[in-house]
Write a protein that binds this ligand. Structure first.
Ligand SMILES: NC(=O)c1ccc[n+]([C@@H]2O[C@H](COP(=O)([O-])OP(=O)(O)OC[C@H]3O[C@@H](n4cnc5c(N)ncnc54)[C@H](O)[C@@H]3O)[C@@H](O)[C@H]2O)c1
Length: 259
């Protein structure tokens, strides 16, 4: 084993869903600055443009970045973005699925539509993403897929009524383990990261305003994570440094689940 290259990302092609904002945008920037070629998709074009302009400021080499408008609920759009990535950047070796939504409502008032939309994006959309990413990886017997779950997939957040979100994230963690076992013979590793409270636009949603102080106080490190702090664990799961890891959930929560 060449220990010097354990975290090497030079010219690796990385496909990122939800790359136009928050954790996905930090992933795009972090992997780009580490030498990778980046293809992001997001349903919001402005977000894609923002990520591109942030990356361009660091490095004018535009040949290492593309962005596509994709709704992860639409498998044909995902497939087109993956085909485009393979054609313009090369073979996808790493995929990071960050696209997701969050909202809250007491369980007894939750509408069928609210429940369904949460699952359509957070679980079904993530499954479609894994499926399309794995199709190109399996053909080459090489790949690492990282799903962004949440500590809400293992714990229930005090004070937050979001049964649909929590359940969708529990689904992501077990989907990850299930796919890891289905694809273990194909050289495709599948792992998840479960962030704790992270300072992204997702946490600017109105019902969170009063919660943020409580979140900071409830977290043993007494603060929320910066989205950039989720990138290091993803680099670990993406590279040879985690070559014997598949089906794990890496909790990145400032100690939250210990208490
Ligand atoms: N922020 C947190 O505290 C936190 C904690 C744990 C887990 N997470 C998870 O991390 C992931 C990223 O969250 P974030 O905080 O960066 O959120 P964010 O809202 O800042 O970013 C999410 C991105 O996903 C995109 N997206 C949403 N639905 C989409 C769809 N149907 N198709 C394509 N793109 C879509 C959005 O446009 C946005 O750019 C989510 O899965 C979230 O559940 C966040």
């Amino acid at each position: 084993m060449n220990f010097k290259n354990l975290f090497d990302l030079t010219d690796k092609v990385v496909f990122i869903t939800g790359g136009g904002r928050g954790i996905g945008q930090s992933m795009a920037r972090g992997f780009f600055e580490s030498g990778a070629k980046i293809s992001i998709c997001d349903q919001i074009k402005d977000g894609i443009d923002e990520t591109e302009s942030i990356i361009s400021k660091k490095d004018n080499n535009k040949n290492r970045f593309i962005g596509s408008v994709v709704d992860v609920r639409k498998q044909d759009e995902l497939k087109n973005a993956i085909d485009r990535t393979e054609k313009e950047l090369g073979s996808i070796e790493i995929a990071i699925n960050c696209a997701g939504i969050a909202n809250a409502n007491p369980a007894e008032e939750l509408s069928q539509e609210q429940w369904q939309t949460m699952f359509d994006i957070n679980l079904t959309g993530l499954f479609y993403s894994c499926q399309e990413e794995a199709k190109v990886m399996i053909s080459r017997k090489k790949g690492s897929i990282i799903n962004i779950a949440s500590m809400s997939g293992s714990i229930v957040n005090r004070g937050l009524k979001q049964v649909h979100y929590n359940s969708s994230k529990a689904g992501v963690i077990h989907l990850t383990k299930s796919l890891a076992m289905e694809w273990v013979d194909y050289g495709v590793r599948v792992n998840s990261i479960s962030p704790g409270y992270t300072k992204t636009p997702m946490n600017l949603r109105p019902e969170m305003v009063d919660q943020v102080k409580i979140f900071e106080n409830d977290t043993p490190m007494k603060r929320m994570a910066s989205p950039d702090e989720i990138v290091g664990p993803a680099i670990f799961l993406a590279t040879d440094s985690s070559s014997f890891c598949t089906g794990i959930d890496v909790i990145v929560d400032g100690g939250f689940v210990c208490w």
